[in-house]
Design a protein around this ligand. Sequence first.
Ligand code: UD1
Ligand code: CA
Length: 447
Amino acid sequence: MAGTSLIILAAGLGSRMNSDLPKVLHPLGGAPLLHHAMQAGRMLDPVRTIIVTGHGADQVEKAARTFDPEVETVLQEEQLGTGHAVRQAAPLLQGQKGDAVVLYGDTPFIRHETLEAMQAARSRHAVVVLGFEHAGAGRYGRLVTQGETLERIVEYKDASEAERAITLCNSGVICAEASVLLDLVAAIGNENASGEFYLTDVVEIARQRGLSAGVVTCDEAETLGINTRAELAAAEAAFQTRARAEAMENGVTLTAPETVFFALDTVVGRDALIGPNVVFGPGVTIESGAEIRAFTHLEGCHISRGATVGPFARLRPGAELAEDVHVGNFVEIKNSVLDEGVKVGHLTYLGDAHVGEKTNIGAGTITCNYDGVNKHRTEIGPRSFIGSNTMLVAPVTVGRDAMTGSGSVITEDVPAEALAIGRARQVTKPGMAVRLMDLFLSKKKEA
Ligand code: UD1
Ligand code: CA
């Protein structure tokens, strides 16, 4: 099928991270760096995505597949340079019609609008390179242009003083017809200061063959690559700034934006309200008009319109809240579905449970879902009332319109409309409190 192919380079060790984890798997916005590049590329609706792996190839491949099960990977056994890396994709791209775009697993901020501008520029040039203006002394490749034409790219190490003075720098992102790119990378040599096969050499080779090359520019912030933990932390701050601004542009109210932390895949609907100090882990969707109150931690959950969550709530993977559910303070919910209008106000753990509509869960309720080996389910019917401090020892079912007495340990199913009480009966001894106190006091005097 004709269409855009993505080649994402992710073979490097990233030695400056000082880590056992491959660099592209370090997390940014709750997702591996690699996913950010894949996300930017995905907006081009690619017909195929090829990841060039090397260091930690198995781990990198696995992470890539969680983002896109269709992804293809190719191993670059030795990292002999960016041109050599692209060459590894050649067997997979043989006969592929359409353009190829080269992206980098450690460069998470490229905007899809920028990639679209590069695609548009392909109508004018056989090879399009993404550049940026950089006034500092960065060791980037320099773009040597003549008018609208990009003549060649010279790596910093190989550049003359005059070339180093050029402020138009190479981001590394490049776009050309797949077959053309393959022809060009096949011709790259390694006679340079690093002894590497530079992808950047394709520009000069293209020019020698009479093909035109051009530059599209973007903001330097987009081309930010991550090489150290400090750069990763700075990138996290940049990611969060961008995510907060986007959320507000999309009509989400953030009471204290600088205290809210988003993930790459967070989705929040219009007119949702997010209080201070809310943290989004991966996999959260929030519908319009929901309210998340202060100090709430969310991960892998769905919150429907009209629901309120927090303050101080924790929703873990598989928590699904229907419309108008209320989850209050110090409540933890995991792998549980709460139907419309359910209330879980305080101090509760619900795990592996289903709660029917309009049921009220009293303070201190716990689903005892784990026996030390297996997890078991709790089923609670609609319009029920679970008394405060009920222990629901799973597997167990409470029927519709049923009740449990406070402090009950429920080990047997409760039928619909029944009241179940599972606790010791109260014993009351008249005058006993005073007699006991007297006894304690006299013992203390003797001692
Ligand atoms: C590259 C560009 C440079 C540009 C800079 C922008 C070349 C020759 N130079 O330099 O012009 O200004 O990026 O940041 O392309 N990789 C592989 N296999 C390899 C080598 C690299 O997968 O054999 C991957 C790395 O993991 C990394 C990326 O390609 O993600 C860039 O490689 P790197 O060695 O960092 O290139 P730079 O020297 O930064
Ligand atoms: Ca680099």
